[in-house]
Write a protein that binds this ligand. Sequence first.
Ligand SMILES: C[S@@+](CC[C@H](N)C(=O)[O-])C[C@H]1O[C@@H](n2cnc3c(N)ncnc32)[C@H](O)[C@@H]1O
Length: 273
Amino acid sequence: MRSNPTAKQLRRKMKAHFHRLISFTALGMAPLWIPLKLIRYRGHFLDGVSRSLAILLREVPLRFAAQRAGIRLENPFLRFPGIEREPTRLVPGHWTSSHEQIEYPLLMALCALLKPRRIFEFGTFLGEATLMFARAAPEASITTINIPEYEEPTLGIGEKQRPELLRNQQIGSLFQGGPENRRINQILCDSATFDINGHENTYDFIWIDAGHSYENVKSDSKKALAMIRKNGYIFWHDFDAEQPGVTRALLEIASNRKLFWIARTSIVGFQNT
Ligand SMILES: C[S@@+](CC[C@H](N)C(=O)[O-])C[C@H]1O[C@@H](n2cnc3c(N)ncnc32)[C@H](O)[C@@H]1O
């Protein structure tokens, strides 16, 4: 016959239940707890998590949209054989954002491989890419255009990009005074009002990276398509989900031009064959 538990036995039973509850909760929390520990001990894990989320939520839809528009994703080593042998040098911009850590050395190697004689850049900023092109193609002359200070871009500019509207003395400051400067022609003008008369069919390599509003990218692209020589290349920067103006413009341009997207970058290219 079972006797009623004493108060002591009851307390012991309650304690055991409580311990079991704690163990199950800890086990249930493990999927959360392990990443949290990793974040604590390895700061870059957080980058990995946010990047994976960004890919899932934004980049995957962009990949589908690009595929539908006929923009092929290309491996740079297959599209440009020999690119791995080209030297790249460091310029400060390589560390300004995570994708530029890959993109700028790649772009520099591309420029070295293609050996353009005449280069045009939409959007000078401090002159990081300009300097990089000048070093990659030591025979080339480079023209770079940027809107002057206090001028409002005719075709708009997103709020995110507004801090990039620089003072005249900052625009191109990275190459000014350096040995490459004599091969660089700097134009201070809104690219939307820039007259391409005399620039048609002239450049072997064009880099489009000025205002990122849809209207501005369309306008720069239209000009670049008239300025590029036969077999020359146009490259656009920032084909990523955070730049809806750039992506919308390029998805449209792809309806009648064969564009390719360099894998693991935000660079889209076109060869004027
Ligand atoms: C992303 S930054 C260029 C970065 C540079 N191409 C590089 O790779 O180092 C964009 C630049 O375009 C300029 N810009 C914005 N709207 C413009 C416009 N409508 N015409 C010319 N330049 C413009 C900004 O002042 C800024 O300096």
